[in-house]
Design a protein around this ligand. Structure first.
Ligand code: HEC
Ligand code: HEC
Length: 219
């Protein structure tokens, strides 16, 4: 008899656990205080090896550009796009120094650029970047589709980005995944004679918005 009582109880507990973890996962971005993100970014800037090549405010590595900026990192997505544009040379520099490419986790890129932005002498809050889905579509079909195929068809040599984007909560999470995988994309692009795609912050946000708009979950 006991089994019959405990099974529904376990199922209800599991359902509540899944529900609650869903809530906290969704709230993850807005709920973390700015101070915590800055501290985390400051830590990650060293822990992920950035400071071994880059300086901020004149301190740190000298083999790569100083990353103290007036305005460029006002939005983390902008920082991520600028970083993305430099991936091929950065990946090469890391390899030459025997540094492995970081396995960036969910908030890491956002935190790093929030930290860099906090050094801005003019201050200013971090704003989100509004992408344009139409611009994103043009960028996606012109560049990304060559390898990733048509969204939700799974006909590319790279992962289906329709499916991937549907699983993600924010553009910065998307950018983080791009940056995590970039060094493996680069040699394939070279082999296919595709020049490394240069993206602006709004294009990066736009590609994500476009992919999100295709998601069956939002229809
Ligand atoms: C092994 C050395 C090295 C490491 C480690 C490294 N970078 Fe770089 N980074 C470079 C080089 C070299 C360039 C310039 C590449 C170019 O000109 O295309 C660069 C360029 C950049 C740019 C563009 C700068 C500009 O002025 O436009 C950004 C942003 C950036 N890196 C961010 C980062 C972050 C964030 C990290 C840590 C996660 C990091 N880098 C780790 C070598 C490195
Ligand atoms: C030359 C081929 C090529 C091009 C062009 C390309 N990618 Fe990729 N991309 C790949 C491959 C291959 C992977 C898987 C890399 C790996 O195994 O880590 C990948 C992985 C990714 C991921 C990570 C997916 C995940 O599993 O989290 C994202 C996001 C991504 N690409 C976005 C883009 C976007 C956006 C563009 C266009 C601006 C683009 N890629 C252009 C080949 C490419």
């Amino acid at each position: 008899m006991r089994k019959f009582h405990s099974l529904p109880f376990i199922i209800i507990c599991l359902a509540i656990a899944v529900f609650v973890s869903g809530l906290t996962a969704n709230a993850q971005g807005p709920v973390r205080p700015l101070k915590e993100k800055i501290q985390s970014g400051n830590y990650l800037f060293a822990a992920r090896g950035c400071s071994s090549c880059h300086s901020v405010k004149g301190k740190g590595g000298k083999t790569a550009p100083d990353l103290t900026r007036e305005t460029a990192w006002a939005s983390p997505i902008l920082g991520a796009a600028v970083m993305w544009n430099h991936v091929p040379l950065m990946a090469k520099a890391r390899k030459e120094r025997g540094l492995v490419w970081p396995d960036f986790k969910a908030d890491e890129i956002g935190d790093i650029f929030t930290y860099l932005h906090s050094l801005n002498p003019r201050g200013g809050s971090v704003h989100t970047f509004k992408g344009d889905a139409l611009q994103g579509e043009a960028r996606f079909t012109g560049t990304c589709q060559k390898c990733h195929g048509t969204p939700f068809k799974g006909d590319g040599i790279g992962p289906d980005l329709g499916v991937k984007a549907a699983e993600m909560k924010s553009e910065i999470e998307f950018a983080t995944r791009m940056l995590r995988h970039a060094p493996r994309m680069a040699p394939i692009a070279r082999r296919m004679e595709i020049p490394w795609p240069q993206l602006s912050g709004s294009e990066m946000a736009g590609v994500f918005l476009y992919l999100k708009s295709l998601s069956p979950a939002t229809k």
